[in-house]
Design a protein around this ligand. Structure first.
Ligand code: ADP
Ligand code: MG
Length: 253
């Protein structure tokens, strides 16, 4: 039996003014699958992730994540209730290139903040959960420090723990290692790899092609708002059928 579908995107379109940035995107991602989303700058990768958690409002299409579904051909995004939006959004945790930690809060407070204020969890419970997650990303001993004392790699691991604290079904990473010094990239990729081994469904926008080959079940190559090629790494990275994919890979490899 095939695995249940976690994310399904049908006919997704997104424009900014006259510019159509996503042109009829169709995807299916199974529960526990790890997808690497690659492609040149400006191809619409960030916009696609932002549509998946409604940070950007799609113009057309249907997005299903887990048990939630939005049909943007039927629904006017501006009229979606805050509650429905929050419920949909809660299924995905997003990690950005820049970590956006709260500078006036300690590491553990950063991780507890969402569960306490959004999920209304008791503080003691949220703290215990946060400590577990910090241990999972190898930062238990930094719990009482402020973010400014951490390296970029450590900050990004806190950002991952913070996203996980909201119990998402899916993790979305938008160039999570692009802002890091090269020697700090590995520690963040290791945390992502552990999440993959634990069966987390993930979409990784990345320029780390070797890493994509190693952890991804599926690679999606996008250009100019279109999925050009998608399949296992052995196909898309090692034996691309499209000239655009080959040209891109020869530039980033
Ligand atoms: P990528 O992440 O692949 O580099 P993006 O999704 O960031 O690509 O951008 C795709 C295109 O959409 C680019 O041409 C970009 O300028 C445009 N774009 C992205 N966000 C906005 C926005 N908020 N307003 C207007 N144009 C945008
Ligand atoms: Mg981007």
């Amino acid at each position: 039996m095939s695995k249940p579908i976690m994310i399904s995107v049908r006919g997704l379109k997104k424009s900014f003014g006259q510019q159509e940035v996503l042109k009829d995107i169709n995807l299916e991602i199974a529960r526990g699958e790890v997808v690497a989303l690659i492609g040149p700058s400006g191809s619409g990768k960030s916009t696609l992730l932002r549509c998946l958690n409604l940070l950007a409002a799609p113009n057309h299409g249907v997005i299903k994540i887990g048990s939630e579904c939005f049909d943007f051909d039927q629904t006017v995004p501006a009229k979606v209730s805050d509650r429905a939006m929050a419920q949909f959004r809660a299924q995905t945790g997003m990690v950005f290139q820049h970590f956006n930690l709260f500078p006036h809060m300690t590491v553990v407070q950063n991780v507890m903040e969402g569960p306490v204020t959004v999920l209304r969890r008791p503080r003691a419970h949220a703290r215990a959960q946060a400590m577990k997650l910090l241990a999972q990303v190898g930062l238990a001993e930094k719990a009482e420090m402020y973010p400014e004392k951490l390296s970029g790699g450590q900050k990004q691991r806190v950002a991952i723990a913070r996203a996980l604290a909201m119990d998402p079904e899916v993790m979305l990473f938008d160039e999570a290692t692009s802002a890091l010094d090269p020697e700090l990239v590995g520690e963040v990729l290791n945390v992502i790899k552990q999440l993959a081994e634990r069966g987390m469904t993930m979409i990784l926008v990345t320029h780390e092609i070797a890493f994509a080959r190693e952890v991804a079940d599926k690679v999606i190559f996008m250009r100019d708002g279109v999925v050009v090629e998608a399949g296992p790494p052995a196909q898309v990275i090692d034996a691309p059928t499209q000239a655009a994919t080959r040209a891109f890979l020869s530039r980033v490899h």
